[in-house]
Design a protein around this ligand. Sequence first.
Ligand code: NIG
Ligand code: FE
Length: 423
Amino acid sequence: MPYTLLIRHCGQLLTLAGPPATRPLAGPDQANWRIIADGYVACENDRIVAVGPMAELDEGQLTPATRIVEAHGRVVMPGLVECHTHLVFGGQRAAEFERKLRGESYLDILAGGGGILSTVRATRAASEAELLADALRHLADFRRYGVTTLEAKSGYGLDAETELRLVRVAREAGRQQPVRVVPTFLGAHVPGPEYAGRPADYLAMLVADVLPRLDPAEVPFVDIFCEQGAFSVAESRQYLAAARDLGFGLKIHAEQMHELGGCEMAAQLGAISLDHADYLSTAAAARIAAATQGRTVAVLLPLVPLFLRLEQYAPGRAFIDAGLPVALSTDFNPGSCPSKNLWLALSMGCLKMGLTPAEAVAAVTRNAAWAIGQQQECGSLAPGLRADVLVLNVATLPEIPYWLGDNPVRQVFIGGELVAENP
Ligand code: NIG
Ligand code: FE
């Protein structure tokens, strides 16, 4: 079949392709993927069918109907994979932002009934239509940043019906616009206000009443917040084991503010990703990398310590050197990161976590896709994958983290269709 879309004269084509095929990029592989100089990407409908240097382009596959996009020597790369967001919520927390600027801590505000719990009140009060409209607005913003696949957690309902509503909204938002949405169930964000002081009872309710009403084919992952003021390691272990037995993939928010051992526990249960990890030690990271054979991804969220005014950033450089695959994400949510700028997170991954530009680009594409089980669909440019492609405004890879806070995206293609174009 002839090409329906051809993006040509890509100055640097960041394919993110290359071995290994069976696990995320770890160690030296995180930087050693293939870049093609003066390359092209060819697509048939929603799939990539060929990638290579211009000298090898098969002109015989072009027809008058082929849409030809000239990259004019710019960088072309896979669509961004945003692998950790709390997309669906009501209200906003600008007043708490001011309190934090005056010196109050995140966990103190939470312990006083604010923080996550204040967003829970606003979320419960919002209608399903309002939540959907907000989620669609945020997805439109993400799309302009070049995000083509996005994970969306529930977690601001904290009762059975509202949590199920948030999952419904995430799925509906995925249907109503082009960015692919992968829902995660984070009912175990903190104990619901009706279960204050009874975290184990709250988790038992989720296992008995909510998880059985979710289909792992539609909501592939279950997540939990393992931290002081949320859930202990023992509670998290029991809950994640129950979720695993029901067929869900596992994720965890752990080692965000204290080294409790949640990451290692979740890795032992076969979690697909360990998120935050600011307090994960290099020794524990090395043990996890060895025990999981580099299959569990550390999802690092550098905009969170920035926004919470914390000093401790995950030692991403040491994690990669220890063989742990690293992804980067915004953690978009109303409390600890109201930013949708994954490019800024990428730059901060270089500046505060020590990643190289090539490692950081892999962290928002191929490894991010692995962190949400989407590596067969997106995260690199190779035949058979979905035609999710970005044409950037820059000419070389290091310029991506260099233009701090910028949006380098010129054109966004999802499934071979142009879905955003920035001036
Ligand atoms: O990933 N750490 C826990 N949950 C979110 C923040 C939620 C909130 O403050 O509303 C996070 O940072
Ligand atoms: Fe989060």
